[in-house]
Design a protein around this ligand. Structure first.
Ligand code: PLP
Length: 381
C-alpha cells in the first residue's frame, strides 16, 4: 500500500455492528464481561479502546512499524521511553532538541539517577566517545528544533547496533510522510501527534512506533501501568486529521520552499535555516533520508536585535504568534522566550539559537498571502 492509501485505510475497518465508514468514538471507560475474563478483548479504556486501537494501527502502518502506542501528549510518550531505563543508566542525546524534552530529561529523570549527555551528532562518530557500560539509549531529533540541523539516522543506527543501545528518533518535524526512521535503523519512533499528524491545532497527543515484539510489550506495559493514555474523542480527531496528511504535507513543503527562498533573498534577513538549501551543511543527508524538506524554517534578522525580532512577530498577521507547529495555519514563534526558554542561554547559544531567532511553521494557506505578510512585518524594522 502506498502512503496516501495507508493514511486513509491502514488499520481502519468499517464498524462491524453498523457499517459506519468512520471509526466510531467509543466513549466508554469499561466493557461488559459475560463471566469473569470472558470478554471481546476490551476490559478497561486505559488499557485498550477501539478508537485508540484503530489510530495506533494506522500510525504503525505509516511508519512501517508493527506496533503503535498512543499517549496523552508527546511528552507522555517520551516519559514512557525513559521509563524503560533504570537508575544509573545513561542516555546520549542531540544537543539541539525540543525544550520540553530537555526539561523532562534534566529536571525529572536526572533526579531518578539517569544521566544525560547532550552532544552534537552531526558527526555520528563523536557519539562513541560518550558510550560506556551504562549507556542504554541514543536520543535523536532530526530536523532539529529550531536550528533545522539534520542528523544522519542510518549512521547513528549503526553506532547503536554496534554497542547494543536502544535508538529513539523524535520524528515530529519530518512526519512519516518525509522520513521513516525505523527503516533506517531506529528502534523507536516518537511523535508529538499534536503537530503535523493531528494537523489542525485541536489535539494534544503523542505516539511511539516500534517493530520489536518485546519492546512493544514493555512500552504497552508502561502505557497502561503509568496511564498517560489519550481519550477516544482525541483519537478520532487525529484519525480524521491523518486522512489528509499526505496532501497537507505536500503543501507545507511547497509553501516552505517558497518562503525559505523568499527570506533568503530578503535584504533585511541574515541567516535562514532550512534543510532544502543546497548550502545547508547537511543538505546531502537531508536529501538521502527525507523525501522533501518540510515547512519549518528559522531565521535571524540582520543586526541580530531582539527588539527587531519582536517587532516582526508583533506585526505578522497570518503567522500567528503561538507555541506549537504543524497545523494548517501558519504560526510564528520566538524560541528563546517560548518553546526553548527552559534551556539555559549558554546552552542555547552554543547551537546558534540566538535571542533574535524567529521560527516559522509554514501553513497551507495561499503562499502569496504568506509572503505579503512577512514582507509587511519586515518593513517595520
Ligand atoms: C511539541 C513537541 C514535543 C512534545 O509534544 P507535546 O505533544 O507538546 O507533549 C516533542 N518533540 C517535538 C519535536 C515537539 O515539537
Amino acid at each position: 500500500m502506498k502512503f496516501g492509501t495507508k493514511a486513509i485505510h491502514a488499520g481502519i475497518q468499517p464498524d462491524p455492528s453498523t457499517g459506519a465508514i468512520m471509526t466510531p468514538i467509543f466513549q466508554t471507560s469499561t466493557y461488559v464481561q459475560k463471566s469473569p475474563g470472558d470478554h471481546l478483548g476490551y476490559e478497561y479504556s486505559r488499557t485498550h479502546n477501539p478508537t485508540r486501537t484503530a489510530l495506533q494501527n494506522n500510525l504503525a502502518a505509516l511508519e512501517n512499524g508493527k506496533y503503535g502506542l498512543c499517549f496523552s501528549s508527546g511528552l507522555g510518550a517520551i516519559d514512557a521511553i525513559i521509563k524503560l531505563l533504570n537508575p544509573g543508566d545513561e542516555v546520549i542525546s542531540t544537543n539541539d532538541l525540543y525544550g520540553g524534552s530537555y526539561r523532562i530529561f534534566t529536571k525529572v529523570f536526572e533526579r531518578y539517577g539517569i544521566k544525560f549527555h547532550f552532544i552534537s551528532m552531526e558527526d555520528p562518530k563523536t557519539i562513541e566517545k560518550y558510550v560506556n557500560q551504562s549507556t542504554k539509549l541514543i536520543w535523536a531529533e532530526t530536523p532539529t528544533n529550531p536550528m533545522m540541523n539534520i542528523i544522519d539516522i542510518e549512521e547513528i543506527g549503526k553506532v547503536a547496533k554496534k554497542h547494543h543501545l536502544l535508538f529513539a528518533v523524535d520524528n515530529t518535524f519530518a512526519t512519516p510522510f518525509l522520513q521513516n526512521p525505523l527503516d533506517l535503523g531506529a528502534d523507536i519512533v516518537m511523535h508529538s501527534v499534536t503537530k503535523y499528524l493531528g494537523g489542525h491545532s485541536d489535539v494534544v497527543m503523542g505516539a511511539l512506533i516500534v517493530n520489536d515484539d518485546q519492546l512493544a510489550e514493555k512500552l504497552a506495559f508502561i502505557q497502561n501501568a503509568c496511564g498517560a493514555t489519550p481519550g477516544p474523542q482525541d483519537c478520532f480527531l487525529v484519525l480524521r486529521g491523518i486522512k489528509t496528511l499526505h496532501i497537507r504535507m505536500e503543501r507545507h513543503c511547497q509553501n516552505g520552499k517558497e518562503i525559505a527562498h523568499f527570506l533568503k533573498a530578503h535584504p533585511k534577513v541574515d541567516k535562514v535555516y532550512w534543510p532544502g538549501f543546497e548550502d545547508h551543511p547537511n543538505h546531502d543527508i537531508a536529501k538521502k533520508q527525507m523525501r522533501d524538506f518540510g515547512g519549518m524554517i528559522s531565521f535571524v534578522i540582520k543586526g541580530n536585535k531582539v527588539e527587531d525580532a519582536k517587532r516582526v512577530l508583533e506585526n505578522l498577521h497570518y503567522f500567528s504568534l503561538a507555541e506549537s507547529l504543524g497545523g494548517v495555519e501558519s504560526l510564528s514563534g520566538h524560541p528563546a522566550s517560548m518553546t526553548h526558554a527552559s534551556i539555559p542561554k549558554e546552552e542555547r547559544e552554543k547551537v546558534g539559537l540566538v535571542d533574535s531567532l524567529i521560527r516559522l511553521s509554514v501553513g497551507i494557506e495561499d503562499v502569496e498571502d504568506l509572503k505579503a505578510d512577512l514582507e509587511a512585518a519586515l518593513e517595520k524594522v
